[in-house]
Design a protein. Sequence first.
Length: 264
Amino acid sequence: MSAPRTPLRVAVIDADSGFIQVLSNRMDSVGWQYRILASGLPPEELVAMKINAVLLDPEVVGEGGWDYLEKICGLLPDLGVIVCANGGTVSQRVRGLRIGADDWINKPCHPEEVIARIEAVVRRRRRHSNEQESGPLVIGEIEIRSDQFQAFISGQSLDLTRREFELLQLLGQNEGKVLDREAIYQRVWGYAMAHGDRSVDVFIRKLRTKLEKRSPEYTYIHTHFGVGYRLAAESSMSVADAAVEVGSDRATEDTGAEAPGVPV
């Protein structure tokens, strides 16, 4: 027997009357509260609705659909955002997920699948929120504030996107440990990573740039080639010295000489 469904509050931003009718019937049957919107509301009005999730067709918003999607993805840490659109290409789906959407559903789709995906996204968001009840996490000069869904250096916000914050928080909760790319993707994006997907590397680069710009005395994100990434606050000078030593060792290997104290 399946577990009883928890009533949810959902905003559906879509103008497909046939799809809306079928989905509304299904949401009624599971006891959800919902609001159908034929156009995009200002993000602050969505916040005031106290909803659990937004189901959005970007085409309804028009030319600013992608910008609107990015804005609502950054609204609240526990707000699930699901895109449901006609004929989304691979590049469009990847773009939407990288912007911050939790899921993407291509139409035509079965209403039961839509319901199940919304439930899965909300479940992940709630689990993530429960993990945030502990105090701030401090690493080097970084203060990671889960209650504000943001990180700070010297009291100033790093202006991280939701995805960037989730990535930093994951690395911070595993400080000093190497996390492989697949595990990072699964934990932050919620899916198995597709072959050739470079989303983790792209967001790591963005995050590293923000951290090192505001806190140049430290190197925070360390790459373990062929494996993944590790977060640890290490003096930039120490990291530079280590790089010089590695270069010296490689030069020794190239000349065939034996480096003192290093097995060959």
